[in-house]
Design a protein around this ligand. Structure first.
Ligand code: NAD
Length: 285
């Protein structure tokens, strides 16, 4: 594997731990159960839902799909969520995105009880990250942290550059790492438009990229021996690639995540871990 970070190995390690926790919960009569809510039809999310269902059932989490009609109002969607919040047999809720046009996604997400918010997108769970006490959090952000921990990197005083400032990746990753005393710079479209992206990327000892633009980061920008975590997923022809020019970056980096097979599988297993953590919290285990 050379300097490749194999996300599947990290993912399997997490799944093993989660599986043991589920066996313990089931021995106490507690069955974690996830409900996936989607509104209207979306072929991309049905692929995702089937994959989630398979992963959950394989590990012992019950998985149910609730597909709501496209024409529901925001209030009606929220009412459906409240109903799931009250159902004691349901321990986790996933809201599949995108929601139909005109629906305020953040508002709907905020209705998911923080105790059932397995994707870590409720403002309360986001807030715990700000406090430096993440319990559950956005799966991809936690996956990035998990990868860094797996590599056993001491972040104290390290130059971390986070490219991308989304609510579910860039911002929480920056907060999670700053709490480990890394010096974190967050770059985004403004940095790019100001022509300053290259200078920030070039000094990154740890570079994390979550933008969604193939080859945004040329390999030659990578600092010698940097750690590169590429979150991006882009379809180019019939291939899936990340945001970093992989072949060239690999020559310079000490560690790099491939796309696919890097952050993605770790993200999937963090969802399972969040599910079990919240089931335990709800049931007081
Ligand atoms: P987003 O689409 O919400 O935001 C994109 C970010 O990139 C913004 O901060 C924007 O300012 C910045 N940006 C746009 N153009 C830029 C440029 N030229 N230079 C610098 N910054 C620029 O982001 P997201 O939802 O975090 O998704 C980012 C990517 O990560 C997408 O490809 C998505 O598919 C992928 N993703 C992967 C996983 C996974 O599990 N591997 C999970 C979530 C998202």
């Amino acid at each position: 594997m050379g300097n490749l970070i194999d996300g599947k190995i990290i993912s399997e390690k997490i799944k093993e731990e989660v599986k043991k926790e589920i066996e313990f919960l089931r021995s106490k009569g507690i069955v974690p159960k996830l409900v996936s809510i989607s509104v209207g039809e979306n072929p991309a999310s049905s692929v995702y839902i089937n994959q989630q269902k398979k992963n959950c059932e394989k590990i012992g989490i019950d998985y149910e799909v609730l597909n709501l009609p496209e024409n529901l109002t925001e209030d009606e969607i929220c009412e459906n969520i409240e109903k799931l919040n009250r159902d004691e047999n349901i321990t986790g809720i996933i809201l599949q995105l995108p929601l139909p046009k005109g629906i305020d996604t953040r508002k709907v997400q905020s209705k998911i009880s923080y105790l059932k918010d397995v994707e870590g997108v409720n403002p309360s769970n986001m807030g715990w990250i700000v406090y430096g006490r993440p319990y559950v959090g956005p799966c991809t952000a936690l996956a990035v942290k998990e990868i860094i921990e797996y590599l056993n990197i001491d972040l104290y005083g390290k130059e971390v550059v986070m490219v991308g400032h989304s609510d579910i990746v860039g911002k929480p990753v920056a907060l999670l790492l700053v709490d480990k005393f890394a010096t974190v710079t967050i770059c985004h479209i403004g940095t790019y438009d100001a022509g300053k992206l290259e200078e920030h990327v070039r000094r990154a000892e740890i570079l994390i990229v979550a933008v969604g633009k193939a080859n945004l980061i040329p390999g030659e920008w990578i600092k010698e021996k940097a750690i590169v975590i590429d979150v991006g997923i882009n379809r180019v022809g019939d291939k899936i690639v990340g945001d970093v020019e992989f072949e060239k970056a690999k020559e310079k980096a000490s560690w790099i995540t491939p796309v696919p097979g890097g952050v993605g599988p770790v993200t999937t297993s963090i969802l399972l871990r969040n599910t079990v953590l919240l089931a335990k919290l709800q049931k007081g285990v």
